[in-house]
Design a binder for this molecule. Structure first.
Ligand SMILES: [Zn+2]
Length: 76
C-alpha cells in the first residue's frame, strides 16, 4: 500500500513555513526565523530561530516551494 515515490518531494519542507506576508517561520515554534548566511556558494541558506537557538539550513532551490500557511496550525 502506500506510495513512496514522490514522498520525499512532498515531505522535504517541514521545518519552516511561509506566512502570507512572505516571512519564513519555524514550524516547531511558530516564530519567524532570521536569514543568517548563505553557504555552499549560495546553494544553501541558513536561517536562525532565536526562540529555539537553532539554525535551519535549507537548499536555495526549495525556497520557492515553501508552502504558504496562515499559521503554525495545519490541517492534515
Ligand atoms: Zn524555533
Amino acid at each position: 500500500m502506500g506510495k513512496t515515490l514522490g514522498a520525499s518531494l512532498d515531505a522535504e519542507i517541514v521545518t519552516v513555513y511561509r506566512t502570507l506576508d512572505g516571512a519564513i517561520h519555524h514550524a516547531r515554534c511558530g516564530k519567524p526565523v532570521m536569514l543568517e548566511r548563505h553557504r555552499a556558494g549560495g546553494l544553501e541558506i541558513d536561517f536562525y530561530c532565536r526562540a529555539c537557538a537553532e539554525t535551519v539550513t535549507l537548499p536555495f532551490c526549495v525556497l520557492s516551494r515553501i508552502r504558504v500557511t496562515h499559521g503554525a496550525t495545519t490541517l492534515s
